[in-house]
Design a protein around this ligand. Structure first.
Ligand SMILES: [Mg+2]
Length: 259
C-alpha cells in the first residue's frame, strides 16, 4: 500500500485547549520522516492559520501556517467563489474582520444591506446579533455558518460550539443556512483540492465521531479516530481504525504501511 496522506484535526487530537496531547509532536515528526504528507483541518473559527501556527508552535509542534486549513479560510474562499467581492455582516471573533477584508470583502457589524451573513464563533454572542442577522436574511442575504458543532473540548472542560447559535438563527428564518466546515462533504472536497491529495490515499484523523469520522467517510476518505478530546469514552463506530491517542500513530503506521 502506498504511503498515505493525512488530514488531521487539531482540537482533541493534537491539543486539548491550551495543553499539548502527549506524543503529538513526535507523531507529526514521524509522518515527515516517512514522507507522508499532512494538512491540519480544523473547525476553529476564532483563530487564523497564523494564530494557530503560533499556538501550536508554542506548545511544541513544528508546523507552518501553510500546513493549516481552518474553516474560516474555507468560508472566505466560498464567499470569494460565489460573490467575488461581497458585503458581509459578521458574527464571530474580530479576527474574522481582517481575514474577510484581506480578500476584498466589505465587513460590517451594523444593520445595513449585505450579500451574506457570516456566522463564526466568538467567546461571547448576544441576541442582538441574531436579531439583526434574521432581518438581513429576510431581506435577501445568504446565511452562511462556519459549522454547527454542538461542543468542543477546552482543557478539561467542554464548551458549547457554534451549533446553538446556528440553531437559534435557523429557527427564525425560512432559508436553509449554508454550512462550510466539517462534516460537510464540500469542506473535504475543498481540502483535497487545496492539498492535491488523492482521495483514495487520504486518511482523516479526528476525535469527533460526527464531525470528523462521519464527514470524512461521506467524502470517501478512510478514517482513524482517536479516543482523546470528543473521542474519549467512545468505541469504534464506522471508522477504519481507532487509537487511544495520536501518540500511538507511529506504531499503527508501521503495522499497516511498512513496506
Ligand atoms: Mg476535534
Amino acid at each position: 500500500m502506498p504511503q498515505p496522506d493525512f488530514f488531521i484535526d487539531i482540537d482533541g487530537v493534537l491539543c486539548d485547549g491550551p495543553n499539548l496531547i502527549k506524543g503529538g509532536p513526535e507523531s507529526l515528526s514521524f509522518l515527515r520522516s516517512q514522507s507522508s504528507r499532512f494538512l491540519l483541518v480544523t473547525n476553529t473559527t476564532r483563530m487564523s492559520a497564523s494564530d494557530i501556527e503560533y499556538k501550536l508552535t508554542g506548545i511544541g509542534y513544528k508546523i507552518s501556517s501553510e500546513e493549516i486549513f481552518p474553516v474560516s479560510q474555507a468560508t472566505v474562499e466560498y464567499v470569494n467563489s460565489r460573490y467575488g467581492h461581497a458585503r458581509c455582516f459578521l458574527i464571530g471573533d474580530e479576527s474574522l474582520d481582517s481575514l474577510f477584508q484581506s480578500h476584498g470583502h466589505t465587513v460590517t457589524r451594523n444593520e445595513e444591506p449585505v450579500d451574506a451573513v457570516i456566522v463564526g464563533q466568538a467567546q461571547w454572542s448576544h441576541f442582538g446579533e441574531i436579531d439583526i442577522a434574521r432581518r438581513l436574511v429576510e431581506a435577501g442575504a445568504e446565511p452562511v455558518a462556519m459549522h454547527k458543532d454542538p461542543t468542543w473540548p477546552d482543557g478539561g472542560i467542554t464548551r458549547i460550539g457554534l451549533g446553538p447559535i446556528v440553531a437559534a438563527l435557523q429557527s427564525t428564518i425560512a432559508r436553509t443556512i449554508t454550512l462550510i466546515g466539517k462534516p460537510e462533504i464540500t469542506f473535504f472536497e475543498t481540502a483535497l483540492a487545496r492539498a492535491g491529495y488523492p482521495r483514495s490515499n487520504t486518511i482523516m484523523i479526528g476525535d469527533s465521531p460526527q464531525t470528523d469520522i462521519a464527514g470524512a467517510t461521506s467524502a470517501g476518505l478512510r478514517t482513524l479516530q482517536v479516543r482523546t478530546g470528543n473521542g474519549s469514552g467512545t468505541s469504534p463506530n464506522n471508522c477504519d481504525w481507532i487509537l487511544d491517542s495520536i501518540a500511538d500513530l507511529p506504531h499503527w503506521y508501521r503495522s499497516n504501511f511498512k513496506h
